[in-house]
Design a protein around this ligand. Structure first.
Ligand code: CU
Length: 348
């Protein structure tokens, strides 16, 4: 209601100013040069405004890079991440280069050839050479970018599956995640939504021999430097598994299994000690210190990797996340040996 009243007041104020300006306009003494057709003075003013706008645009651009670049993600924590980032920075670089030149030309020529009394525009029909140049350059640059992107894409999307590859199922439902490891037999048991009942939250097939040693958890642990292949399943609606720090994202679609793989390269402990993260966490804790509504524990933040949902899948979508712990092989083995298997879960 308050917001509505504020809008009304602002609108009425606007109307008032408009009416007052009309009164001033009418009360001005009659001026012979006060015509609706632009004269040299108007054209000069408009030309200068155009140049000022260009300066404003560049200043805004420089300010944005300077003050917002701290929000870039830290260096990728997965092997393919460097390729992915390089592709993005090359694209941004080319776009910036072209943008800076074309904006300058556009504004400068707009100013240089502003209207002048008695000056007429030159009729210039076409120029094949010019058109050829400005068609062929973008074609070559774009083809290069697309080819480079395609190669990066196919390399990232088709990871080689080796003996060493760890296969993990990521299961999404409104509004949480579960991870399922294959256990000692290195094979995930079959699963189907029809088998969902009681503690069997993921619908794992109890009659499948491969299923009994499967391990279902709500915290994703990954051994560092070992390739992981994720198989995604959704219980209900479309979700999207988003691993920003590993530069990975995959749709999670009900009724089908989607796949994606990467090799984590930085453990949770290692990334916490990088300059980037130390600085960021220090800032966050500075802010949290002033929050009286947080408990003592909540005020001390420590960085963790997270798997997030990146599809608006319902009311609690924002809170759909799973902690990821990247650790050494020994720590991983230690952790997984202490987890309950599916067999133990259903027989308890
Ligand atoms: Cu979701």
């Amino acid at each position: 209601m308050t917001a509505f009243l504020i809008v009304i007041v602002i609108a009425l104020l606007g109307v008032t100013f408009w009416q007052i300006s009309k009164v001033f306009e009418l009360s001005k003494p009659a001026n012979v040069s006060d015509t609706q057709i632009a004269d040299d003075k108007d054209n000069n003013t408009q030309g200068k405004i155009l140049l000022a706008f260009m300066v404003f645009l560049y200043a805004l651009m420089i300010w944005s890079f300077w003050s917002l670049s701290k929000f870039y993600l830290p260096e990728a924590s997965a092997e393919h991440g460097a390729d992915y980032d390089r592709l993005m920075f090359i694209s941004i670089g080319i776009i910036m280069f072209v943008q800076v030149i074309t904006q300058a030309l556009l504004h400068w020529f707009g100013y240089k050839y502003r209207g002048r009394k008695g000056q007429r525009a030159l009729f210039y029909a076409d120029n094949d050479k010019l058109e050829f140049i400005w068609t062929i350059i973008p074609v070559v640059v774009l083809a290069g970018l697309i080819l480079y992107g395609l190669f990066s894409w196919s390399e990232i999307m088709n990871p080689e599956e080796t003996e060493d590859t760890l296969v993990v199922e990521i299961y999404a439902y409104q509004f949480d995640w579960r991870a399922r490891y294959s256990g000692d037999d290195k094979t995930l048991g079959k699963a189907n939504v029809r088998f969902i009942e009681g503690v069997n939250q993921l619908g794992v097939d109890e009659s499948d021999d491969y299923a009994m040693d499967d391990i279902i958890v709500n915290e994703l642990h990954l051994p560092v430097n070992r390739p992981v292949l994720f198989k995604f399943r959704s219980q209900d609606v479309l979700h999207s598994a988003y691993f920003p720090h590993f530069r990975a994202q995959m749709n999670v679609v009900p009724g089908m299994v989607t796949e994606f793989g990467f090799t984590p390269t930085t453990t949770s402990k290692e990334i916490r000690n990088t300059d980037y993260m130390v600085d960021k966490v220090k800032n966050i804790n500075e802010i949290r210190k002033t929050r009286e509504d947080l408990s003592e524990d909540e005020r001390l933040y420590e960085f963790d990797y997270y798997l997030l949902c990146n599809k608006i899948c319902g009311v609690s979508h924002y809170n759909m996340q799973m902690k990821i712990v990247v650790e050494t092989d020994e720590e991983f083995q230690d952790w997984i040996d202490n987890q309950q298997t599916f067999g133990e879960l259903i027989n308890n």
